[in-house]
Design a protein around this ligand. Structure first.
Ligand code: AMP
Ligand code: ZN
Length: 664
């Protein structure tokens, strides 16, 4: 090695160590100035000698890399969500279910951990160096945010000790309260709107394109699970301790206990103590400690059977009810929303709360000016749970009788809680909502056209119904505000291209009540075209897999309405796909009606593409193996428990090549 190379290597090692001492051990031995000086020295050397570039140099922490769009990458091991409980009884029932599988006499230990409220990430290390960081995404694939993750000081770029040569580690990126409040103070000074809560802010930070901005955000990363093929540990608690010894931030709060009673003590302790934590938690995670038991217990479609989240009851505060607003959705459903004197709940400013429906208002016996209890749990919109102090002189809140948008009388059908405005054809939010639904990502996904533009086009009188989109022309659009030549061209092109969107997307986009994405797919597959769907009788519809009476009735009602018939014939004239294209999709006899489970990672296609192809060929995708499974398509890194189960049930296992052959 040259003198320069040695000098650079030595500086990197020293800086990694000081970083570790400062951020992980909380025991720095040099001052911040000294640290900065060393870092600058290294930066200068690296700049002068770019041949010694190292993606994991301590200089990478300051960021600088810009990610224009985050690449999607399949997870080697899926990232699951957790099942929830709210009571000790439910925990005990969970233990009973565990005992049924691993035996009534076995001693079961649990690791109890805090449930950090942030963004989950999966980090991959090869030979002790961070090589990749992904978001959870949909659990099977996430976004590559490596450049941004490197700026987080508590994420080690180089490991220490006896780490495995290749493994993944999962954790949570969080924004501690102090940093969150500081960021908000700065926002307030600049007169900018405040951040809502630490979790969303953390999540937004990781998606910033400029990593040097991420470096300025006081993010932190706590680790809680390792994943790999041959791990040097046998229990979750050991895994946490090992990870800590390799240089990861693993909070000391985790505890290994021998009974559900002890689990509950832990839960109760943190119920109070969490209020003094410097960051937010939304519960406790309990995991069966032994990995061999975890293997035996396996997973449901969504979550491991060996882990459970205990969620704390949401925090309640009281504030004044100022008024009620009524929102009309695309289906005409009217939702009352309470306007509140702003109040902070779990770090978030709350000004509005959902009241659900007329019954709810009646039950609470609300009067304007009442002091009401407001509760906010996790993702859910805050809700009013009761009255703290009534305001007897205040005006009583009575549910409205007419639509606030179009004055049509509201209707409440038998057995329904919601009131509806039935004026589908001229009630503005319904018209706008239907068109917005049609163009939305999961439906027609029209490029160049967003929800705001739909509102604008509606206000300008250019669209009243979905088919009006296909009548738009440049001359009408160019004079509009915010409509430059380029955006008009994009919009028109996007609309034109949407004529190629497959039938099931069109069907979903129509917004027929109860016909969601999956139902639309099923119907498209079963009936093949809008014409045969239109002709289907109630009985025929009900006989379709997963279509119940409610959906069937809604379909029949939709197709018997002359207005809808007219709309459909217009769409047909414009050339939208109102039947399945069967060219490439000719049902494949080896696939048709067969149940496939797909696991692992593949070389020549992503897992999502593979699943889509199987479905296109007529196969059915199932998430877990059962005796009904016909094939297990197994990629790299498939879980050993899945494999064992398939073998036990005698289900044929196809590797990538064998799958290709099946397709021939
Ligand atoms: P949920 O999003 O409610 O399904 O909860 C699952 C999420 O909890 C995981 O994806 C993690 O992001 C998060 N989490 C936070 N702390 C932990 C922990 N100690 N162990 C496992 N998951 C955790
Ligand atoms: Zn209305």
């Amino acid at each position: 090695m040259t003198v320069i190379a040695e000098k650079i290597a030595a500086l990197r090692k020293t800086l990694h160590e000081h970083n570790h001492r400062y951020y992980l051990l909380d025991a720095p031995i040099i001052s911040d100035q000294e640290f900065d000086q060393l870092l600058r020295e290294l930066q200068d050397l690296e700049e002068a000698h770019p041949e010694f570039y190292d993606p994991n140099s301590p200089t990478q922490r300051v960021g600088g890399g810009v990610t224009k769009s985050f690449e999607t990458v399949a997870h080697r091991f899926p990232m699951y969500s957790l099942s929830n409980t709210y009571s000790k009884e439910e925990l005990e029932q969970w233990e009973e279910r565990i005992r049924k599988i691993i035996g009534p006499q076995e001693e079961i230990e649990y690791t109890c951990e805090l449930k950090f409220d942030g963004v989950s990430v999966s980090l991959t290390y090869e030979n002790g160096a961070l090589i990749q960081a992904l978001t959870r995404g949909d659990g099977t694939q996430g976004d590559n945010i490596t450049t941004n993750i490197k700026t987080i000081n508590t994420v080690p770029l180089k490991l220490y000790g006896d780490y495995p040569p290749f493994f993944e580690i999962r954790g949570e990126v969080i924004l501690p309260w102090e940093g969150f409040h500081k960021m908000n103070e700065e926002r307030a000074q600049k007169g900018e709107p405040l951040y809502m809560n630490p979790r969303n802010t953390a999540s937004g930070s990781l998606k910033l394109q400029d990593s040097s901005l991420v470096a300025q955000r006081p993010l932190n990363c706590f680790l809680y699970a390792i994943a790999g093929d041959q791990l040097p540990v046998k229990t979750q608690f050991e895994a946490l301790e090992k990870a800590r010894s390799w240089g990861f931030k693993v909070p000391e709060s985790a505890k290994c206990v021998q009974s559900i009673d002890a689990v509950f003590d832990f839960i109760q302790y943190w119920e109070k103590a969490r209020k003094t934590l410097p960051f937010e938690i939304d519960g406790i995670v309990i995991k069966v400690n032994r990995f061999d038991y975890q293997q035996e217990l396996g997973f449901t479609a969504k979550a491991p059977r060996w882990a459970m989240a205990y969620k704390y009851q949401a925090e309640q505060v009281s504030t004044v009810l100022k008024g009620i607003q009524y929102q009309v959705g695309r289906t005409g459903a009217v939702t009352p929303v309470a306007q509140l004197e702003p109040v902070i709940i779990s770090g978030t400013t709350v000004k509005r709360a959902s009241l659900h429906n007329a019954d709810q208002i009646e039950k609470l016996n609300l009067h304007l000016g009442d002091q009401v209890f407001v509760e906010k749990g996790g993702e859910i919109i805050p809700k009013i749970t009761g009255i703290a102090a009534p305001n007897p002189g205040g005006e009583k809140v009575n549910f409205i009788l007419h639509c606030p948008e179009c004055s049509a009388p509201l209707v409440r059908e038998e057995g329904e809680a919601q009131h509806y405005c039935k004026n589908e054809i001229s009630c503005p939010p319904q018209i706008i909502g239907k068109i917005q639904h049609f163009i939305s990502r999961k439906a027609m996904d029209i490029e160049g056209l967003g929800g705001e533009t739909v509102v604008l086009l509606y206000q300008e009188g250019l669209i009243r119904r979905i088919d009006d989109l296909y009548r738009l022309n440049k001359d009408q659009l160019l004079p509009l505000e915010r409509m430059a030549e380029k955006s008009v061209t994009n919009l028109i092109e996007g609309i034109e291209k949407s004529k190629e969107k497959p039938f099931d997307k069109v069907l979903f986009g129509l917004g027929i009540r109860f016909v969601g994405e999956t139902v639309a797919k099923k119907l498209a597959k079963r009936f093949g075209s809008i014409d045969s769907l239109k002709k289907a009788s109630l009985e025929e519809l009900i006989q379709t897999e997963d279509i119940g009476e409610r959906i069937a009735k809604s379909l029949v009602a939709y197709f018997s309405d002359p207005k809808n018939q007219d709309l459909l014939s217009q769409l047909q004239i414009f050339g939208l796909q109102l039947e399945l294209k069967l060219t490439t999709l000719a049902l494949h006899s080896q696939f048709s009606g067969k149940r496939f489970v797909v696991s692992g990672v593949f070389e020549s296609f992503s897992r999502e593409d593979l699943k889509k192809e199987i479905e296109d060929l007529g196969g059915i995708i199932a998430s877990s193996i059962s005796s009904k499974t016909d094939y297990l398509v197994a990629g790299e890194g498939m879980g050993p428990s899945k494999k064992a189960k398939a073998e036990q049930l005698g289900i044929p296992l196809l590797n990538e090549q064998e799958y290709m052959q099946l397709k021939q």
